[in-house]
Design a binder for this molecule. Sequence first.
Ligand SMILES: NC(=O)c1ccc[n+]([C@@H]2O[C@H](COP(=O)([O-])OP(=O)(O)OC[C@H]3O[C@@H](n4cnc5c(N)ncnc54)[C@H](O)[C@@H]3O)[C@@H](O)[C@H]2O)c1
Length: 278
Amino acid sequence: MEITDRVAVVTGGASGIGRSICLALGAAGAAGVVVADIDADGAAKVAAEIEAAGQHAIPVPADVSREADVQALIARSEDAFGRVDLFVSNAGIIVAGGVEVTDDAWSRIWAINVQSHVYVARALLPRVLARGQGYLVITASAAGLLTQLGSAPYAVTKHAAVALAEWLSITYGERGLVVSALCPQAVTSNLAATSRRELGEEALPADIGATGGSAQAAVDGVLDPDEVADKVLAAVRAEQFLILPHPDVATYELRRADDRERWLRGMRRFQARLSSGG
Ligand SMILES: NC(=O)c1ccc[n+]([C@@H]2O[C@H](COP(=O)([O-])OP(=O)(O)OC[C@H]3O[C@@H](n4cnc5c(N)ncnc54)[C@H](O)[C@@H]3O)[C@@H](O)[C@H]2O)c1
Protein backbone atom coordinates (compact mmCIF):
# COMPACT_ATOMS: atom_id res chain seq x y z
CA MET A 1 0.00 0.00 0.00
CA GLU A 2 1.37 3.42 -0.92
CA ILE A 3 1.60 5.81 2.05
CA THR A 4 0.89 9.04 0.16
CA ASP A 5 -2.58 10.41 0.93
CA ARG A 6 -3.34 7.60 3.39
CA VAL A 7 -4.74 8.14 6.88
CA ALA A 8 -2.72 6.37 9.55
CA VAL A 9 -3.19 5.76 13.28
CA VAL A 10 -0.21 4.80 15.43
CA THR A 11 -0.58 3.68 19.05
CA GLY A 12 2.36 4.24 21.34
CA GLY A 13 3.08 7.12 18.98
CA ALA A 14 4.54 9.42 21.64
CA SER A 15 7.86 7.64 21.97
CA GLY A 16 10.41 5.22 20.53
CA ILE A 17 9.40 3.11 17.55
CA GLY A 18 5.87 4.56 17.40
CA ARG A 19 7.14 8.14 17.34
CA SER A 20 9.57 7.36 14.52
CA ILE A 21 6.80 5.65 12.53
CA CYS A 22 4.55 8.72 12.99
CA LEU A 23 7.27 11.09 11.76
CA ALA A 24 8.13 8.81 8.83
CA LEU A 25 4.46 8.57 7.81
CA GLY A 26 4.18 12.37 7.90
CA ALA A 27 7.36 12.75 5.83
CA ALA A 28 6.05 10.17 3.34
CA GLY A 29 3.01 12.33 2.62
CA ALA A 30 0.28 10.66 4.64
CA ALA A 31 -3.00 12.61 4.47
CA GLY A 32 -3.25 12.47 8.25
CA VAL A 33 -1.32 10.92 11.12
CA VAL A 34 -3.14 10.17 14.37
CA VAL A 35 -0.65 10.02 17.22
CA ALA A 36 -2.31 7.93 19.93
CA ASP A 37 -0.75 7.35 23.33
CA ILE A 38 -1.58 7.04 27.01
CA ASP A 39 1.00 9.85 27.36
CA ALA A 40 -1.13 12.77 26.16
CA ASP A 41 1.67 15.38 26.35
CA GLY A 42 4.07 13.16 24.42
CA ALA A 43 1.47 12.52 21.73
CA ALA A 44 0.78 16.26 21.43
CA LYS A 45 4.51 16.97 20.93
CA VAL A 46 4.86 14.40 18.14
CA ALA A 47 1.70 15.65 16.39
CA ALA A 48 3.05 19.22 16.66
CA GLU A 49 6.37 18.10 15.09
CA ILE A 50 4.49 16.63 12.12
CA GLU A 51 2.36 19.76 11.75
CA ALA A 52 5.48 21.95 11.94
CA ALA A 53 6.86 19.99 8.99
CA GLY A 54 3.77 20.94 6.99
CA GLN A 55 1.86 17.66 7.31
CA HIS A 56 -1.42 16.91 9.07
CA ALA A 57 -1.53 15.21 12.46
CA ILE A 58 -3.64 15.10 15.60
CA PRO A 59 -2.82 13.74 19.04
CA VAL A 60 -5.36 11.43 20.69
CA PRO A 61 -4.89 10.35 24.31
CA ALA A 62 -5.87 6.69 24.63
CA ASP A 63 -5.18 3.72 26.86
CA VAL A 64 -5.20 0.84 24.37
CA SER A 65 -5.93 -1.68 27.10
CA ARG A 66 -9.44 -0.16 27.29
CA GLU A 67 -11.76 -1.11 24.46
CA ALA A 68 -13.77 2.11 24.79
CA ASP A 69 -10.58 4.13 24.25
CA VAL A 70 -9.74 2.15 21.10
CA GLN A 71 -13.23 2.68 19.71
CA ALA A 72 -13.11 6.39 20.55
CA LEU A 73 -9.66 6.63 18.91
CA ILE A 74 -10.94 5.24 15.63
CA ALA A 75 -14.06 7.43 15.75
CA ARG A 76 -11.89 10.52 16.43
CA SER A 77 -9.58 9.62 13.53
CA GLU A 78 -12.53 9.27 11.16
CA ASP A 79 -13.94 12.60 12.36
CA ALA A 80 -10.64 14.31 11.68
CA PHE A 81 -9.57 12.64 8.43
CA GLY A 82 -12.60 10.74 7.08
CA ARG A 83 -11.26 7.18 7.34
CA VAL A 84 -8.48 4.96 8.64
CA ASP A 85 -6.33 3.28 5.96
CA LEU A 86 -3.44 2.08 8.10
CA PHE A 87 -3.49 1.20 11.79
CA VAL A 88 -0.17 0.58 13.53
CA SER A 89 -0.98 -1.16 16.80
CA ASN A 90 2.35 -0.60 18.45
CA ALA A 91 2.00 0.28 22.16
CA GLY A 92 3.63 -2.29 24.42
CA ILE A 93 5.41 -2.85 27.72
CA ILE A 94 7.81 -5.38 29.24
CA VAL A 95 8.03 -6.90 32.70
CA ALA A 96 10.95 -8.96 33.96
CA GLY A 97 10.55 -12.35 35.57
CA GLY A 98 8.89 -15.71 35.15
CA VAL A 99 5.84 -17.43 36.57
CA GLU A 100 6.41 -15.64 39.89
CA VAL A 101 5.37 -12.32 38.29
CA THR A 102 2.17 -11.15 39.99
CA ASP A 103 -1.21 -11.77 38.40
CA ASP A 104 -1.74 -7.99 38.26
CA ALA A 105 1.40 -7.53 36.16
CA TRP A 106 0.54 -10.53 33.92
CA SER A 107 -2.93 -9.04 33.39
CA ARG A 108 -1.58 -5.59 32.60
CA ILE A 109 1.00 -6.79 30.07
CA TRP A 110 -1.57 -9.14 28.48
CA ALA A 111 -4.04 -6.26 28.17
CA ILE A 112 -1.50 -3.95 26.51
CA ASN A 113 0.57 -6.41 24.45
CA VAL A 114 -2.27 -8.66 23.24
CA GLN A 115 -5.82 -7.63 24.05
CA SER A 116 -5.29 -4.12 22.65
CA HIS A 117 -4.70 -5.70 19.21
CA VAL A 118 -7.94 -7.68 19.60
CA TYR A 119 -9.83 -4.44 20.34
CA VAL A 120 -8.22 -2.76 17.32
CA ALA A 121 -9.09 -5.64 14.99
CA ARG A 122 -12.62 -5.88 16.40
CA ALA A 123 -13.25 -2.19 15.71
CA LEU A 124 -11.51 -2.08 12.31
CA LEU A 125 -12.81 -5.27 10.72
CA PRO A 126 -16.38 -4.19 9.92
CA ARG A 127 -14.96 -1.06 8.26
CA VAL A 128 -12.29 -2.98 6.34
CA LEU A 129 -14.77 -5.62 5.14
CA ALA A 130 -17.23 -2.92 4.05
CA ARG A 131 -14.53 -1.06 2.07
CA GLY A 132 -12.72 -4.19 0.93
CA GLN A 133 -9.41 -2.74 2.12
CA GLY A 134 -7.44 -1.85 5.21
CA TYR A 135 -4.00 -2.35 6.69
CA LEU A 136 -3.04 -3.43 10.21
CA VAL A 137 0.54 -3.51 11.49
CA ILE A 138 0.99 -5.22 14.85
CA THR A 139 4.22 -4.51 16.70
CA ALA A 140 5.25 -7.80 18.25
CA SER A 141 8.97 -8.52 18.71
CA ALA A 142 11.62 -11.06 17.80
CA ALA A 143 10.59 -12.42 21.21
CA GLY A 144 7.32 -13.39 19.56
CA LEU A 145 9.16 -15.68 17.12
CA LEU A 146 11.93 -16.90 19.46
CA THR A 147 11.84 -16.09 23.16
CA GLN A 148 12.70 -13.32 25.64
CA LEU A 149 15.43 -14.30 28.07
CA GLY A 150 14.45 -13.06 31.52
CA SER A 151 10.81 -12.31 30.76
CA ALA A 152 8.16 -14.99 30.44
CA PRO A 153 5.32 -12.43 30.20
CA TYR A 154 7.02 -10.68 27.29
CA ALA A 155 7.80 -13.94 25.42
CA VAL A 156 4.26 -15.22 25.92
CA THR A 157 2.44 -12.01 25.01
CA LYS A 158 4.60 -11.36 21.95
CA HIS A 159 4.06 -14.92 20.69
CA ALA A 160 0.34 -14.28 21.14
CA ALA A 161 0.60 -11.03 19.17
CA VAL A 162 2.32 -12.83 16.26
CA ALA A 163 -0.30 -15.60 16.41
CA LEU A 164 -3.11 -13.05 16.26
CA ALA A 165 -1.49 -11.24 13.32
CA GLU A 166 -1.11 -14.55 11.42
CA TRP A 167 -4.68 -15.59 12.22
CA LEU A 168 -6.08 -12.27 11.01
CA SER A 169 -4.04 -12.44 7.82
CA ILE A 170 -5.19 -16.01 7.11
CA THR A 171 -8.83 -15.32 7.94
CA TYR A 172 -9.32 -11.92 6.31
CA GLY A 173 -6.44 -11.64 3.83
CA GLU A 174 -8.67 -12.59 0.92
CA ARG A 175 -11.25 -10.00 1.96
CA GLY A 176 -9.07 -6.92 1.86
CA LEU A 177 -7.25 -6.88 5.20
CA VAL A 178 -3.47 -6.68 4.89
CA VAL A 179 -1.54 -7.52 8.06
CA SER A 180 2.11 -7.13 9.00
CA ALA A 181 3.90 -8.22 12.18
CA LEU A 182 6.87 -6.11 13.23
CA CYS A 183 9.44 -8.29 15.04
CA PRO A 184 12.59 -6.35 15.96
CA GLN A 185 15.26 -7.25 18.46
CA ALA A 186 16.72 -4.44 20.54
CA VAL A 187 15.83 -0.87 19.54
CA THR A 188 16.78 2.34 21.34
CA SER A 189 13.60 3.57 23.01
CA ASN A 190 12.01 4.40 26.35
CA LEU A 191 10.53 0.92 26.82
CA ALA A 192 12.21 0.42 30.21
CA ALA A 193 10.98 3.77 31.58
CA THR A 194 7.52 3.31 30.07
CA SER A 195 7.22 -0.14 31.65
CA ARG A 196 8.31 1.15 35.07
CA ARG A 197 5.73 3.92 34.77
CA GLU A 198 3.02 1.35 33.97
CA LEU A 199 4.04 -1.37 36.44
CA GLY A 200 6.32 0.14 39.08
CA GLU A 201 10.06 -0.04 39.70
CA GLU A 202 10.15 -3.83 40.09
CA ALA A 203 9.00 -4.18 36.47
CA LEU A 204 12.47 -4.18 35.05
CA PRO A 205 15.92 -4.86 36.50
CA ALA A 206 18.84 -3.17 34.76
CA ASP A 207 19.97 -6.27 32.81
CA ILE A 208 16.83 -6.24 30.70
CA GLY A 209 16.11 -2.56 30.91
CA ALA A 210 19.31 -1.12 29.46
CA THR A 211 17.95 -0.80 25.95
CA GLY A 212 14.37 -1.76 26.62
CA GLY A 213 15.30 -4.69 24.42
CA SER A 214 17.03 -7.91 25.30
CA ALA A 215 20.23 -9.72 26.09
CA GLN A 216 20.32 -10.36 22.36
CA ALA A 217 21.29 -6.68 22.02
CA ALA A 218 24.89 -7.56 22.80
CA VAL A 219 24.92 -10.08 19.94
CA ASP A 220 22.95 -8.43 17.13
CA GLY A 221 23.14 -4.74 18.00
CA VAL A 222 20.67 -2.05 18.92
CA LEU A 223 18.83 -0.27 16.12
CA ASP A 224 17.75 3.35 16.03
CA PRO A 225 13.93 3.63 15.92
CA ASP A 226 14.17 5.72 12.72
CA GLU A 227 15.80 2.73 10.97
CA VAL A 228 12.95 0.52 12.19
CA ALA A 229 10.37 3.03 10.91
CA ASP A 230 12.00 2.99 7.46
CA LYS A 231 11.72 -0.81 7.39
CA VAL A 232 8.07 -0.60 8.44
CA LEU A 233 7.19 1.84 5.66
CA ALA A 234 9.06 -0.27 3.08
CA ALA A 235 7.19 -3.40 4.26
CA VAL A 236 3.82 -1.62 4.11
CA ARG A 237 4.55 -0.48 0.56
CA ALA A 238 5.42 -4.08 -0.32
CA GLU A 239 2.53 -5.51 1.77
CA GLN A 240 4.96 -7.90 3.42
CA PHE A 241 3.75 -9.83 6.49
CA LEU A 242 6.92 -10.28 8.49
CA ILE A 243 9.02 -7.19 9.23
CA LEU A 244 12.47 -8.14 10.52
CA PRO A 245 14.63 -5.05 11.06
CA HIS A 246 17.35 -7.41 12.40
CA PRO A 247 17.73 -9.87 9.47
CA ASP A 248 19.47 -12.50 11.66
CA VAL A 249 16.11 -13.22 13.28
CA ALA A 250 15.07 -15.09 10.12
CA THR A 251 18.06 -17.42 10.54
CA TYR A 252 17.28 -17.98 14.23
CA GLU A 253 13.67 -18.78 13.41
CA LEU A 254 14.79 -21.33 10.80
CA ARG A 255 17.18 -22.95 13.27
CA ARG A 256 14.44 -23.14 15.88
CA ALA A 257 12.01 -24.78 13.44
CA ASP A 258 14.64 -27.09 11.97
CA ASP A 259 15.82 -28.65 15.25
CA ARG A 260 13.91 -27.50 18.34
CA GLU A 261 16.01 -29.63 20.74
CA ARG A 262 19.24 -28.11 19.46
CA TRP A 263 17.81 -24.59 19.59
CA LEU A 264 16.66 -25.09 23.18
CA ARG A 265 20.08 -26.45 24.20
CA GLY A 266 21.73 -23.39 22.65
CA MET A 267 19.32 -21.00 24.38
CA ARG A 268 19.91 -22.74 27.73
CA ARG A 269 23.66 -22.25 27.29
CA PHE A 270 23.08 -18.56 26.39
CA GLN A 271 20.85 -18.14 29.47
CA ALA A 272 23.44 -19.85 31.70
CA ARG A 273 26.20 -17.56 30.40
CA LEU A 274 24.06 -14.51 31.16
CA SER A 275 23.11 -15.81 34.61
CA SER A 276 26.77 -16.36 35.50
CA GLY A 277 27.67 -12.92 34.17
CA GLY A 278 29.93 -14.46 31.47
N1 LIG B 1 12.64 -1.26 22.16
C1 LIG B 1 12.86 -2.52 21.81
O1 LIG B 1 13.97 -3.05 21.96
C2 LIG B 1 11.74 -3.33 21.23
C3 LIG B 1 12.05 -4.54 20.59
C4 LIG B 1 11.02 -5.30 20.06
C5 LIG B 1 9.72 -4.85 20.15
N2 LIG B 1 9.44 -3.68 20.79
C6 LIG B 1 8.05 -3.25 20.88
O2 LIG B 1 7.92 -2.00 20.26
C7 LIG B 1 6.74 -1.35 20.75
C8 LIG B 1 7.03 0.10 21.05
O3 LIG B 1 7.89 0.16 22.16
P1 LIG B 1 9.18 1.11 22.23
O4 LIG B 1 10.36 0.21 22.38
O5 LIG B 1 9.15 2.13 21.18
O6 LIG B 1 8.95 1.74 23.69
P2 LIG B 1 8.56 3.22 24.19
O7 LIG B 1 8.31 3.06 25.64
O8 LIG B 1 9.60 4.20 23.75
O9 LIG B 1 7.19 3.52 23.44
C9 LIG B 1 6.03 2.86 23.81
C10 LIG B 1 4.89 3.87 23.85
O10 LIG B 1 3.68 3.14 24.16
C11 LIG B 1 2.92 3.93 25.06
N3 LIG B 1 2.01 3.09 25.84
C12 LIG B 1 2.31 2.20 26.81
N4 LIG B 1 1.19 1.67 27.31
C13 LIG B 1 0.15 2.22 26.63
C14 LIG B 1 -1.24 2.08 26.69
N5 LIG B 1 -1.81 1.25 27.59
N6 LIG B 1 -2.01 2.79 25.85
C15 LIG B 1 -1.44 3.64 24.94
N7 LIG B 1 -0.12 3.84 24.86
C16 LIG B 1 0.68 3.13 25.69
C17 LIG B 1 3.95 4.61 25.93
O11 LIG B 1 3.42 5.75 26.60
C18 LIG B 1 5.05 4.94 24.93
O12 LIG B 1 4.86 6.22 24.38
C19 LIG B 1 6.29 -2.20 21.96
O13 LIG B 1 5.20 -3.03 21.57
C20 LIG B 1 7.52 -3.03 22.27
O14 LIG B 1 7.18 -4.23 22.93
C21 LIG B 1 10.42 -2.90 21.32
